[in-house]
Design a protein around this ligand. Structure first.
Ligand code: ADP
Ligand code: MG
Length: 370
């Protein structure tokens, strides 16, 4: 369906796409992953000519769209694009957003376009919003409208550029749900995404881009389970972390718990893991700031510069853990656990594997959520 040959793009002296070659076949769902700045957006933008490639060829159904003689607009219409920032027409209603293209560019009648628009809204779960304006919708809803608008032009392939990265974590799954639905309907798609678990289970092929090239490509299991090349491996196995600093006992527990929830949701961890992590953090914090007759940890922790909490999720071994580190104070945190009334320690041991080490003048307590 699409063949790309030697696609090269310079911005000034900056070589952003370096002789890229690939092919997209009908029905394929291609995920494009890679570090920021590696040229993923530029690649999509060149495919549908939002950027003019410096040189190379892009064939769509056998016709080179970079050829001056080709009918660019007709060819472009075969490709829909969904952006990170939705790009809806703010002055039009939801239904207006879905009818303007078909009426102006596909010569559809107003009533046909409305009927089609309503069907599409139904498909993305927004049938009740046809008269709303984009500003009245949540980010997740706006992005679903943007997908419906894209479909209203009957594209043969849809290009998605990080469709969920501007969204609150709570809204990611509603948008991914719509994309999954398109996938099961057989739509050809190329999706730039940071949602690795999504890429893993929705795509038929994964392209890993680095420095303007397709550095490695393969099936999801090849790329995510047995990546062959060094940079791919590093990228796939990287560990993601969420850090939080607490100065003294007057920390904002709600803010911390909501941060944990957002971090976990981003990585598609289930509700049970989120709950367990929140509980472990809350319990350990209580121990850290324990105020007994002989020790006043509140003061000690505050005087020693507070406490760092670092939550990590490693995709490689699917491990969710949290580390508390603080300047060494009278006793270790675990000692406190052992001396406490026994309730906390039992809760903790039931849901996490806890260990503690002392490095130089720091204590680090690690809990791995089971
Ligand atoms: P990615 O989407 O993988 O993060 P991009 O394609 O956005 O990467 O960017 C690749 C490189 O191209 C970056 O160095 C970026 O600064 C540069 N770039 C992107 N768009 C433009 C532009 N319109 N003008 C100049 N430089 C650009
Ligand atoms: Mg980008």
């Amino acid at each position: 369906m699409i063949t790309v040959e030697n696609l090269t793009k310079y911005f000034g002296n900056n070589l952003v796409l370096n002789n890229l070659n690939t092919e997209i076949k009908k029905g394929e769902i291609i995920s494009i992953i890679g570090p920021s700045g590696s040229g993923k957006s530029t690649f999509l933008r060149c495919l549908n000519l939002l950027e003019e490639p410096t040189y190379g060829k892009i064939f769509i159904d056998g016709i080179n769209i970079l050829d001056k003689k080709s009918n660019r607009n007709a060819l472009r219409q075969k490709m829909g694009m969904v952006f990170q920032s939705f790009n809806l027409f703010d002055h039009l209603t939801v239904l207006g957003n879905l009818t303007i293209g078909p009426v102006k560019l596909l010569n559809m009648s107003e009533s046909q376009a409305k009927e089609q628009g309503r069907q599409l809204l139904n498909m993305v779960g927004l049938a009740s919003k046809e008269n709303a304006f984009p500003s009245e919708l949540s980010g997740g809803q706006q992005q679903r409208v943007a997908i419906a608008r894209c479909l209203s032009m009957h594209p043969e392939i849809i290009l998605f550029d990080e469709p969920t990265s501007a969204l609150d974590p709570t809204m990611v799954s509603e948008v991914l749900g719509v994309i999954r639905r398109l996938a099961s309907d057989g739509m050809t798609m190329a999706i730039v995404t940071h949602e690795m678990n999504f890429a893993k289970d929705v795509s038929t092929r994964v392209l890993y881009m680095d420095e303007g090239k397709i550095y490695e490509e393969g099936t999801p299991s090849e790329i995510f389970e047995t990546p062959q090349k060094e940079k791919t491996r590093e990228f796939i196995y990287r560990i993601r972390t969420f850090n939080y600093h607490i100065n003294d006992k007057n920390y904002d527990l709600f803010d911390l718990k909501s941060g944990i929830e957002q971090f976990c949701a981003r990585h598609f961890l289930d509700a049970r893991s989120i709950f367990r992590m929140q509980l472990v953090v809350e319990e350990i914090l209580q121990l850290c700031f324990f105020e007994g007759e002989s020790v006043n940890r509140c003061r000690l922790v505050a005087e020693s510069g507070g406490l760092n909490i670092s939550i990590s999720y490693s995709e490689k071994n699917n491990e969710l853990s949290v580390e508390f580190s603080t300047h060494k104070i009278l006793e270790t945190i675990l000692n406190q656990v052992e001396n406490s009334d026994g309730i906390s320690i039992n809760i903790l041991k039931g849901i996490a594997n806890i260990s503690e080490t002392t490095i130089d003048d720091k204590i680090i307590l690690k809990a791995v959520i089971s």
